[in-house]
Design a protein around this ligand. Structure first.
Ligand code: NAD
Length: 259
């Protein structure tokens, strides 16, 4: 039987359009815990508390949210792209990757070097924030300085005074329409769709592999634990994302680039 890494590399080499879909497991090897593995974020916080409705609905909801944000943001800020992120950059530079659709909010694909227009963020980006009233943008690092200085609920500069919200999609909040549409379009156009480090339980993001498969793509899932879509996959690799992607990129790089 062909080695799974060699099989993925062969499929990447013969694909017209490869799309990679990443989840929190893509970044655990950068030191950012995922949500569902033991010891993950939701072992320590109750997700039902951190809804969009609680955030916009009350000062106390925002205070509680920013307590979590203040604790989590430094982990994201200090994380570095891992060899898996670098491997996706290699595939893109070789002309073998159409785009990355990501559930991650950590900005690591872009920090690895993928251009902004090659990364479709379904759940936003935790390095940015914005006033919900006047839409003034804020750098999340600046907000962190306010939190560290004792501000409990950051507000927009006066006279606006509106609610500042991180540019992440919260529970109970709709996914961004333009990104969702673009992701669906690219998933349907793919002939190879590779899921990396996602439990595939958060919808509607988890419907992307379904769109791809229905449109005729091959589906590969690289995830340490089983997912509810394993029965739809053409190949499952239950291994670490960084090692698998690095090996795939190394094999693909041995062939000439697409011109
Ligand atoms: P998840 O936490 O539900 O699942 C992650 C999956 O990755 C798990 O099934 C786990 O077995 C697997 N995994 C962990 N480390 C791995 C590795 N090194 N290699 C291969 N597989 C590995 O994540 P999700 O499906 O992305 O959904 C959670 C939601 O949480 C997402 O919507 C995302 O927005 C958000 N989130 C983002 C980050 C981030 O930006 N880095 C981190 C935590 C959560």
């Amino acid at each position: 039987m062909i080695d799974p890494v060699a099989q993925i590399a062969d499929w990447v080499l013969s694909a017209r359009r490869t799309v990679v879909f990443t989840g929190a497991g893509m970044s655990t090897e950068s030191g950012i815990p995922d949500f569902r593995s033991p010891g993950g974020v939701w072992d320590r916080f109750d997700p039902s508390e951190f809804t969009f409705q609680n955030f916009v609905g009350s000062e106390s909801g925002r205070r509680r949210y920013w307590q979590l944000g203040r604790a989590v943001y430094p982990v994201i800020r200090s994380a570095e792209p891992n060899p898996g992120h670098q491997a996706l950059l290699t595939l893109w530079r070789l002309g073998r990757l159409d785009c990355v659709i990501t559930q991650n909010i950590d900005n690591l694909h872009q920090r690895a070097g993928l251009p902004d227009d090659r990364v479709i963020e379904l759940h936003g980006n935790a390095t940015r924030a914005r006033c919900l009233r006047c839409e003034r943008p804020y750098d999340r690092a600046e907000i962190q300085e306010w939190l560290d200085a004792g501000v409990e609920v950051p507000g927009c500069a006066l006279p606006c005074g509106g609610i500042i919200k991180p540019r992440t999609v919260m529970f109970g909040e709709a996914m961004p329409p333009a990104e969702t549409e673009e992701a669906q379009r690219r998933a349907r156009a793919a002939d190879l769709f590779i899921v990396v480090g996602s439990s595939l339980v958060v919808y509607p993001a988890a419907s992307m592999p379904v769109h791809a498969k229905r449109a005729g793509a091959r589906l590969v899932i690289v995830n340490r634990t089983p997912t509810p879509q394993d029965d739809k996959a053409d190949l499952i690799v239950a291994d670490g994302a960084a090692a698998v992607l690095s090996s795939v990129a190394a094999l693909v790089a041995q062939r000439p680039a697409v011109t």
